[in-house]
Design a protein around this ligand. Structure first.
Ligand SMILES: CC(C)(COP(=O)(O)OP(=O)(O)OC[C@H]1O[C@@H](n2cnc3c(N)ncnc32)[C@H](O)[C@@H]1OP(=O)(O)O)[C@@H](O)C(=O)NCCC(=O)NCCS
Length: 161
C-alpha cells in the first residue's frame, strides 16, 4: 500500500533513511551525521512543502519518495522528484515506479514539469528515470564530495508532467 507519510511516521522514516544513506552514499546529497543532528519534529514540519509517500508492507516501510514544491509563484510550475529509495529486499517489483506514479498523481494542478538529479554512476536509477520518460539536460560536475575526498557528478533530468 502506498500512502502519504505523516509527521507521526518520523521515527520509521528516519530509520529507513539512515539505512539508505549508509547503503548508497553517492545517491543522495544528505549524510547520516546531518540527519542525526536534526531537531526532532523538523522533518514533519517540512512535509507541507516537501510531501513524501511511502510503500508499506504491513507496518514495514519498504520504499519512499519525496516531492519538492515551491511556495514561490514563479516556481510553481516545477516539481522536484526525490529522494527515491526502495529497500534492497523490495527491489525489482515495480515499487519505485508505483511510488513515482502515485507522487505524480498527487501533484498540484499548476505543476507542468518534473526535475531530478541522479548520480552519473548510478545506472539502475538512470535506467528507471529513462523508462519514466526523463531525459538528461545537464551535468553538474563535482556535485557531491564524499568523506574519502572523491567527487560524484550529477545528471540533471526533466520531463513534462
Ligand atoms: C533505483 C531504485 C529506486 C529502483 O527501485 P525498484 O523498486 O527496484 O525499481 P522498479 O522495480 O520500479 O523498476 C522499474 C524499472 O526501472 C528500471 N530499473 C530499476 N532498477 C534497475 C537496475 N538496478 N538496473 C537496471 N534497470 C533498473 C527497469 O527498467 C525497471 O523495469 P523492469 O523491472 O521492467 O526492467 C532502487 O534500486 C534503489 O532504491 N536504489 C538505491 C537508491 C537510489 O539509487 N535511488 C535513486 C537516487 S536518484
Amino acid at each position: 500500500m502506498i500512502r502519504a507519510l505523516l509527521p507521526e511516521d518520523e521515527e520509521t522514516v528516519l530509520t529507513v533513511w539512515l539505512k539508505a544513506l549508509a547503503e548508497c552514499p553517492n545517491a543522495f546529497s544528505e549524510d547520516e551525521e546531518s540527519v542525526k543532528r536534526r531537531t526532532p519534529g523538523r522533518w514533519g514540519a517540512q512535509l507541507r512543502s516537501s510531501p513524501m509517500y511511502g510503500h508499506f508492507d504491513g507496518s514495514v516501510l519498504g520504499g519512499l519518495i519525496g516531492v519538492g514544491l515551491s511556495e514561490r509563484n514563479k516556481k510553481k510550475h516545477l516539481a522536484g522528484i526525490g529522494p527515491l529509495y526502495v529497500a534492497p529486499s523490495y527491489r525489482g517489483k515495480g515499487i519505485a515506479m508505483a511510488l513515482f506514479n502515485h507522487a505524480v498523481s498527487q501533484l498540484p494542478p499548476e505543476v507542468e514539469e518534473l526535475r531530478l538529479g541522479v548520480d552519473a554512476n548510478n545506472p539502475g536509477a538512470l535506467a528507471l528515470y529513462e523508462k519514466l520518460g526523463f531525459t538528461v539536460w545537464g551535468t553538474e560536475k563535482r556535485s557531491i564530495k564524499l568523506p574519502d575526498g572523491s567527487y560524484c557528478d550529477v545528471l540533471w533530468m526533466n520531463r513534462k508532467r
